[in-house]
Design a protein around this ligand. Structure first.
Ligand SMILES: O=C(CO)[C@@H](O)[C@H](O)COP(=O)(O)O
Ligand SMILES: [Fe+2]
Length: 222
């Protein structure tokens, strides 16, 4: 939804659902605690906007938290009606267990994201043990902005994850569209975030359908 018209978020959400989107991906770039610096050089929306949007849609709100202290935001996003809460591994090495528990107790689905420069091995511990995360978001651009170029090198991470965790939800985020989807789907990604390629297309529904077809085809052949 980062590519949507934020002044008309509810109708943009409804439009995307009617075009066939399964989830609405919400990019949360807010750092209230400025002492820690900003995780990304941008600002978007926080829990009050999620709460407002929730009144207009029943869709799965897949929240991608690009913040330095994700733990501070779990309660407010839970109350606001977020469905998934994906935090970054780079800022949660010391408290991810507490985070995952809190996300679940707030009725949300926990996910972990990693930046392009972060090795995939860093998320392995979060996929083991009693309280694992339920999705890994592999960033295929540097976090912060929509409309960037897909980084094909990140597919090594997706392949490694898919081999090790055959049923895991693996989300790819950044630069996905008709020209990059086959590479991501073949590597094993099954949750596709697409902002500019969908919003910028004359026929958004066709792009969504093409993305889904590519993932379904790749899953049948593996
Ligand atoms: O998390 C991010 C950026 O930080 C992404 O969700 C992008 O916003 C996806 O946009 P496109 O690359 O598809 O335009
Ligand atoms: Fe995102």
């Amino acid at each position: 939804m980062l590519s949507s018209d934020f002044a008309n978020l509810a109708s943009e959400a409804e439009r995307m659902v009617s075009f066939g989107a399964d989830w609405l991906h919400m990019d949360i770039m807010i750092d209230v605690n400025m002492q820690d610096g900003h995780f990304v050089p941008n600002l978007t929306i926080g829990a009050p906007v999620i709460e407002s949007l929730r009144k207009h849609t029943k869709a799965y709100l897949d929240c991608h938290l690009m913040v330095t202290n994700p733990l501070d935001y779990v309660d407010q996003f839970g109350k606001a009606g977020a469905s998934g809460f994906t935090f970054h591994v780079e800022v949660s090495k010391d408290n991810w267990q507490e985070l995952v528990k809190k996300i679940k107790s707030n009725g949300m689905r926990p996910g972990v994201a990693l930046k392009p420069g972060t090795p995939i091995e860093e998320v392995f511990p979060l996929l083991e043990g009693e309280n694992p995360v339920e999705m890994v978001l592999v960033m295929t651009v540097e976090p912060g902005f929509g409309g960037q170029k897909f980084m094909p090198d990140m597919m090594n991470k997706v392949r490694t994850l898919r081999e090790k965790y055959p049923t895991l939800d693996i989300e790819v985020d950044g630069g996905l569209g008709p020209s990059t989807i086959d590479t991501a789907a073949a590597a094993g990604a099954n949750c596709i975030v697409a902002g500019s390629s969908v919003f910028g297309a004359p026929e958004s529904a066709q792009v969504i359908s093409l993305l889904r077809t590519s993932v379904n085809k790749a899953q049948k052949t593996c």
